[in-house]
Design a protein around this ligand. Structure first.
Ligand SMILES: [Ca+2]
Ligand SMILES: [Ca+2]
Length: 286
């Protein structure tokens, strides 16, 4: 009986460890101290002639800020993505939370929107935003517009405990409680200049995402984050949490797939193609 008890205890421990391993908190943090492609992100770009055609957007990295300028050609897209198969979602039972945040300034947009952010859960539920000059659109919520003050940096933050619903904060203010939508292409985060058929000048100061333990601790962690100030670039298992008014931006989307019904009809530009479709297209090519 003692052996049985020991084995049961061991089995229980292994099950617990397996669950814990699947739910290990992580944090991906790009702060603009180096090019994203040097910190684990994959760059995808192109123009109307196809993938990897042309130089992409004119990009500069200065003082921790990545600037995209694609005003010369609305056929340009140029974005980053990161594929983390089975490693995006928070664990349900321990009460973890997925957080992505990003700090972005949109200076000029030709078209309805051009900068983009998205996240695809491990079971391919998708959330994506596209940014105009003074508003953002929740792509898979019928392009719901969400306004913001134009021309200045904002901190955007998404939090989700189940990858089905999310809270969106802008500069610490809760502006949206919305929903992911089922899609294809799991476990991916993407951000950048994401629309083919629109052009822009815009600036990214920071993009981060990860899973943090215990959402009940978010308020405390937010407080600590505010006290500690910004942290700098790293890609690690550090479950740093930025939320509320201390929010750091983190962004992402991955594996978005490309509903054929994306933005085209709504923007009135029959050539417009969004990041999810581009990601899908490039995957099919690779
Ligand atoms: Ca920065
Ligand atoms: Ca574009």
């Amino acid at each position: 009986m003692r052996h049985t008890g020991w084995r049961l205890a061991l089995l229980a421990g292994l099950v617990w460890m397996a669950g814990s391993a699947a739910a290990t908190p992580y944090w991906i943090d790009w702060e603009g101290n180096d090019w994203p492609e040097n910190q684990g992100w994959t760059r995808s770009w192109g123009n109307w002639n196809g993938q990897h055609q042309g130089p992409g957007a004119y990009r500069t990295l200065e003082d921790g800020i990545l600037t995209y300028d694609s005003l010369y050609d609305d056929g340009v897209y140029d974005f980053y993505h990161m594929f983390r198969p089975g490693e995006i979602d928070p664990a349900p039972a321990p009460g973890q939370v997925f957080v992505m945040s990003w700090r972005l300034r949109v200076e000029q947009v030709i078209g309805y929107a051009d900068p983009s952010v998205g996240v695809s859960s491990d079971d391919a539920w998708l959330l994506a935003f596209e940014f105009g000059f003074d508003r953002m659109y929740s792509v898979f919520e019928n392009y719901l517009p969400i306004p913001f003050a134009p021309g200045v940096f904002h901190e955007f933050e998404v939090l989700s405990t189940d990858m089905r619903s999310y809270d969106l904060r802008i500069d610490g203010d809760l502006v949206r409680h919305g929903a992911f939508q089922p899609n294809i292409g799991p476990s991916e985060i993407a951000w950048g200049e994401g629309i083919q058929g629109a052009a822009s000048l815009h600036h990214w100061d920071r993009v981060t995402f990860g899973v943090t333990p215990d959402p009940c601790g978010l308020v405390l962690l937010a407080f600590l984050g505010a006290c500690c100030g910004r942290k700098h670039n790293s890609t690690s298992s550090r479950p740093a949490v930025r939320t509320g008014h201390s929010a750091h931006a983190g962004a992402a989307l991955v594996g978005l797939v490309a509903p054929c019904s994306l933005p085209t009809a709504q923007v009135g530009r029959d050539r417009a193609v969004a990041v999810p479709e581009l990601v899908s297209r490039e995957r099919n090519c690779s």
